[in-house]
Design a protein around this ligand. Sequence first.
Ligand SMILES: C[S@@+](CC[C@H](N)C(=O)[O-])C[C@H]1O[C@@H](n2cnc3c(N)ncnc32)[C@H](O)[C@@H]1O
Length: 260
Amino acid sequence: MAMLRFDDEGAKRTDRLYASPDVVAQRNAVLSLLAPQPGERVLDVGSGPGYLLESIARAVGATGAVRGLDPSAAMNSLAADRVADLAWVTLDEGDAAALPYPDGSFDAAVSTQVYEYVPDVPAALAELRRVLRTGGRALILDTDADSLVWHTSDLDRNRRVLEAWDEHLAHPRLPRVLSALLRRAGFRVTEHHVHPIANPALTPDSFSATQMHIIAEFVSGRRGVTAAEAEAWLADLQALGEAGEYFYCLNRYLFTAVAE
Ligand SMILES: C[S@@+](CC[C@H](N)C(=O)[O-])C[C@H]1O[C@@H](n2cnc3c(N)ncnc32)[C@H](O)[C@@H]1O
């Protein structure tokens, strides 16, 4: 099973998607819950294109220290450009399940849309706990595939397309078990929030307008979905958009926790 690849092209596509107003609103929700303070040491696990990293770095300022970690060189390169003038940010290539930092290195850590890609989530959460100081805060955001409501003309085709799309993640339904996994890793879970990405119309800058192309390309040839079916699925969504009959809504689940 090949998951989504964050090579040069994949990283650029994610970069475009993450500049959309829907994802900007999501980042603002994350930032207000994480509330990074001047002088803090903050880790972003799976920092990707670095938008959140940049905002956290501006919040902690030059007396703080921010580290972004990602296994993708292409992602780190995008992030490096974004934080080039912020000397207190460091980027590391690495994996969430083997963090290259000493125990208790950080006051806070964040990871958005990352653990759902990580094969061994308990190992990664144990690592997160290890590198946070006792009393340090964690914020994790992931998606549950079953929270997606997407209006299409062919329910059966839509179901098969989305089942094939599930293969882009190691854990498409992680949020429902994340509280228990966090507790087992030595965290006290403090808050749960739901952040919907709602697109009641198909506009060019909406999250789902870009995501539908990524999905159509990914599912083509997987789990019995042919290239022609993927194209027909895409064309149907676009026709519904033009007819004013479009609807898309997907939930992000946010968890805040304290290292015990
Ligand atoms: C959907 S992107 C999210 C990027 C960023 N956190 C954000 O919200 O803007 C997923 C990121 O997770 C990274 N990733 C995938 N597997 C990982 C792992 N095992 N450890 C750390 N990061 C990983 C990918 O390289 C990619 O940058």
